[in-house]
Ligand binder design. Sequence first.
Ligand code: C5P
Length: 227
Amino acid sequence: PSFHALIPAAGSGSRMGSELPKQYIDLLGRPVIRHTLDALLAVGALSRVWVVLAPDDAHWTNYQWPSDPRITVLRCGGATRAESVANALQDVAKQTDPAAWMLVHDAARACVSPQLVARMIEELSDDPVGGLLAVPVADTLKRAGDDGRVAQTIPRAGLWQAQTPQMFRLGMLREALAAHPDVTDEAGAIEACGLSPRLIASDATNFKVTFPDDLAMAARLLLSSAA
Ligand code: C5P
């Protein structure tokens, strides 16, 4: 089967407190998503990279992009990340074998390592379900009450933080998201179908640029991995 990446990049990035959606914010002289795209294009096994933009995105065309024939832009983003991915998969399915593996990866995870993505593909390509990158939770977790005080401590044993890529077969993922649109990640839709995605150990460098302080951290990581 073939391996495709799909980058949802139709968010507005409200937590970043910026006019510009976070995938376009400057990171070392380039938009955040350019780093993400370059990392995925460096994975030789990926034969297509689909970028999902909001229908009214006015920024993409302001930049220069690599002239790599594997890149296809889809302007079908929706109101939520899951909706953006579900819409894109409907389009992709019109021209792609349902057995193709889709690696859905957040535009905002710009520090993802191509080696890690390649390892994930190797480890999951024979898997009946698929899986996702994730890291074991290191901190003790507290649930807050309405009064801003701790209502409960959640034991962290066995807890993982989900990252992306999340890798599933196109046909299975498309059906899962159509049936379960209220999930926050692809794995959630697959789980809702009664299947168990595999966890592939990742590390904290594959974090999602979410708040303004994250940009400096991302810049440091990108510079040190280029050195
Ligand atoms: O906002 P959040 O950090 O969860 O977004 C994760 C990814 O999903 C980002 O790359 C963002 O652009 C994308 N997204 C999307 N469509 C939405 C909301 C978010 O493609 N409606």
